[in-house]
Design a protein around this ligand. Structure first.
Ligand code: AP5
Length: 212
């Protein structure tokens, strides 16, 4: 099964992808995480991506699509995957459709998580992430037992550079899923729209229902 998770920055794509991966054992592929890993390792790709990420802009399609196609060509993505943060536009969606089509597969579900802007701003401002295992927290909505420490592995929690208020404003302006992208999946008959402004457990339950 191949699934895409769509939604604006802070909608809960990463959080829900971690929960869905635990429940379904589907491979979780996050282009944002891949870029951040490259930034951390100071690769050429990371240096390039960072110039866009720090401004709250999308990394160019050509670079992003190449990285994603290389990732899904690996054996662990043969049977299925859940894409978090990809595609962001119809050019990326078409590239993914072509790649999957070439091996007799397709996107089975596009799960669009929608959340109002004021809630997104509050979620991004309070987000903390484990530097070691990537588990996501929120200082009010989903706090760790001990501030600054990951419940799962004891790793140090940090806040993303692009969660600063001025960058969040640009991300919310430029990075919401465009209407044509939603239409692309509606026309394919695979779109499911999920109200993301509910509790974490309620959203997970709706997503699991939608992929059943
Ligand atoms: P990426 O990492 O994909 O960022 P994003 O799309 O902006 O999404 P976020 O990771 O910020 O939010 P999320 O929806 O995953 O929310 P989360 O679960 O963390 O991309 C980063 C950058 O990389 C982009 O800006 C771009 O430059 C580049 N990039 C990536 N992919 C690209 C592509 N395809 N093309 C071009 N460029 C690309 O939740 C947020 C917070 O809310 C957490 O604290 C969480 O605990 C909390 N929360 C979640 N759900 C709930 C809930 N139901 N109730 C209460 N709190 C909740």
């Amino acid at each position: 099964m191949f699934i895409v998770l769509l939604g604006p920055p802070g909608a809960g794509k990463g959080t829900q992808a971690q929960r869905l991966a635990a429940a379904t054992h589907l491979l979780h592929i996050s282009t944002g995480d891949m870029f951040r890993e490259n930034v951390k390792n100071a690769t050429e790709l990371g240096k390039l991506a960072n110039t866009y990420m720090t401004k709250g802009e999308l990394v160019p399609d050509e670079v992003t699509i190449r990285m994603l196609l290389e990732r899904i060509a690996r054996p662990d993505a043969e049977a299925g995957a859940m894409f978090d943060g990809f595609p962001r536009n119809v050019v990326q969606a078409a590239a993914l459709d072509d790649a999957l089509g070439g091996r007799g597969a397709k996107i089975d579900r596009a799960l669009y998580i929608f959340v109002p802007d004021d809630e997104l701003i509050s979620r991004l401002g309070g987000r903390w992430i484990c530097r070691n295992c990537g588990t996501l927290y929120h200082e009010r909505n989903d706090p760790p037992a001990k501030a600054g420490v990951c419940d799962k592995c004891g790793g140090e929690l940090y806040q993303r550079e692009d969660d600063r208020p001025e960058v969040v404003a640009t991300r919310l302006q430029k990075q919401k899923p465009p209407a044509e992208l939603i239409e692309h999946y509606r026309e394919a008959g695979v779109l499911r729209e999920i109200d993301g402004a509910r509790s974490l457990d309620d959203v997970t339950a709706s997503l699991l229902e939608a992929i059943r």
